[in-house]
Design a protein around this ligand. Structure first.
Ligand code: ADP
Ligand code: MG
Length: 259
């Protein structure tokens, strides 16, 4: 990790490299996400999309380069011009600035929808029980599931589970929300209800980074499309530029396959 000065974006990824077992999967990624921006991250399987998302909230450390969220390193602090690794507790606190929604929902199976949402705010002592429940009800209403507050994940459809997962991610009021193929595990008829919730978040000005193969959706909601291939950003721009007039052969090849 090298220190960064002058941060302008909400998320700043600078020259990030990451290897697993000697194989480099991120080969110098630079990405800035502005407040309120919606970025769609596209690319073939294995291109490094999930790894890149995971570096943003320090679920993966980086081998070189740096990642900041609102000017802060999630896993490190700058002392006397040097980066020092933070303790797990501090990392957990800072990580709350970044919400993440996974392909497979990852809800706690033994907790109700409402309890899934209040779990983190209560664990972090952000709110008292009453206030946390009230906020959670509000979030369930926002994703259209107020009547499912007491349901367990197994009693919910995949689309409903994913909407609870989104509500849970919002409960800590993150500065940016990351989505890793949020509709890939869903039956086709359930995709729309999840995209509707994400669309509403985009309209409200939430900062979003969305990994998706839903090209039509990316075209509609994204301010910017970033195309990743073999650990490098090979092309980025407006949806019209990247999706309608792709310049790079790898982008064209990918779009020809998914469209
Ligand atoms: P994508 O999300 O674009 O499909 P990933 O970021 O999941 O790509 O993976 C990029 C590459 O890194 C793949 O080759 C994958 O097998 C590898 N990889 C990802 N995570 C790990 C890990 N924890 N250990 C070893 N290899 C990994
Ligand atoms: Mg992935």
């Amino acid at each position: 990790m090298t220190a960064v000065t002058a941060t302008s974006g909400l998320v700043e990824v600078h020259n990030v490299h990451k290897s697993f077992h000697g194989v480099e999967v991120l080969k110098g990624i630079d990405l800035t996400v502005q407040p309120g921006e919606v970025v769609a991250l596209l690319g073939p399987s294995g291109s490094g999309k999930s790894t890149l998302l995971r570096t943003i909230n320090h679920l993966e450390t980086v081998d070189a380069g740096s990642v900041t969220v609102d000017g802060e390193f999630i896993g490190y602090e700058l002392r006397h011009g040097k980066l020092h690794e933070l303790r797990e507790r501090e990392i957990l606190q800072r990580r709350t600035q970044v919400g993440i929604v996974f392909q497979n929902f990852h809800l706690f199976p033994h907790l109700t929808a409402l309890e899934n949402i209040t779990e983190a705010p209560l664990a972090l002592k952000r709110q008292g029980r009453g206030e946390a429940r009230e906020l959670a009800f509000g979030l369930l209403e926002r994703v259209g599931l107020a009547e499912k507050a007491d349901a367990y994940p197994r009693q919910l459809s995949g689309g409903q589970q994913q909407r609870v997962a989104i509500a849970r991610a919002l409960a800590l009021q993150p500065k940016v929300l990351l989505f890793d193929e949020p509709t890939s595990a869903l039956d086709p008829e359930l995709v729309g209800e999840v995209l509707d919730v994400i669309r509403d978040l985009a309209k409200l000005g939430t900062t979003l980074v969305i990994v998706t193969h839903e090209i039509g959706f990316a075209r509609e909601v994204a301010d910017r499309v970033v195309f990743l291939d073999q650990g490098r950003i090979v092309e980025q721009g407006t949806p019209a530029d990247v999706l309608t007039r792709p310049q790079h052969p790898r982008t064209r090849e990918f779009l020809a396959k998914v469209l």
